[in-house]
Design a protein around this ligand. Sequence first.
Ligand code: NAI
Ligand code: MG
Length: 356
Amino acid sequence: RIYNIASIPGDGIGVDITEAAVQVLTTLSNTLGGFEFEFKTFDWSSKKYLERGWYMEDDGLEQLKKYDAIYFGAVGWPDVPDHISLWSLILPIRKALNQYVNVRPTRILEGTKSPLAAVQASPSDLNWVIVRENSEGEYSGQGGTSHEHSEHAIATEVSIFTQVGIERIMRFAFETAKSRPRKKLTMVTKSNAQRHGMVLWDKIFYKVAKEYPDIEIDKMLVDAMTVRMVYNPKSLDTIVATNLHADILSDLAAALSGSIGIAPSSNLDPTRKNPSMFEPIHGSAPDIAGKGIANPVGAFWSAAEMVRWLGQEKAADGLMKAIENVTAAGVKTRDLGGDKNTVEVTLAVCAEIEKL
Ligand code: NAI
Ligand code: MG
């Protein structure tokens, strides 16, 4: 079976880690056999935008629909305002391809540790899945600015929450919780200060919860949630939150688990009518770009999630095992306290795959 993968390396370390992920995926299919990946690279980046004035072709989204999955590095570069780069590439893809779920697992990998150790977080204390609403809410792109060039500028940033949008993310979150051993779901909002959309979230959460009597549920306000993640990580398992809240909470989760460089994400269209997209949660990291020291683990974990989504469960488990054998052996980049570079970690993971 051949899987056609659209690869979009993007900017900065997105390029290094995508190259590393392609190498690892190729080694995986060569070693295990039975499936192959065919990659088509799209040179859609901020650098190209500065040269030619566009990120993707007019029919770019149509082009992507032909693939089985999309692998994404990162987009954003200091010469282009971030709202332009994000709204020219990653956000239109998520929206047009109906990728309304963003799944972000977090755990402490073998041989690594949480900076939180002083508080209390061993691998068994921190094992979460954050389910992020990925299609609406605070990132609906609605609003505007008036009196922009005066001393009295006014801007609105309108969040849009719909019954359909909330219900489908809640169902996905409950199903995720159900698939995990602890059967526990925490829902995050800010329904004390925000009295419309967030209240609708709460209401629909309790409505959908009735269909899942076996799932233990609780509700948190987002500010208090950050405290609970730090001081009582063990009390959490599956977490569902809005587009903005989950974006922020997942960076915190990644940091608590050791580094933002290890955290994966899956942008899913659960209907499977469109390709889903897999990317590490980090950005293009201009501060370390070009130095060859980016941690490729988040990219590999994202690749494993892609392999799983494509139906190759055994290969996905094998890839995760290879990654953890490498971290356990102390072959780590600087962000995890090691001294290896991107290429060294990549070759070590490939060598572990070959032992599978
Ligand atoms: P960032 O995630 O790129 O970097 C934050 C910090 O984490 C930096 O110090 C960086 O060196 C470090 N870091 C990130 N990934 C790492 C890795 N794999 N290994 C080692 N260290 C790593 O976030 P920042 O600086 O806020 O954003 C940079 C650019 O990326 C901006 O243009 C932003 O808009 C964009 N961005 C794009 C995303 C995407 O394409 N999905 C997601 C987040 C940011
Ligand atoms: Mg983010």
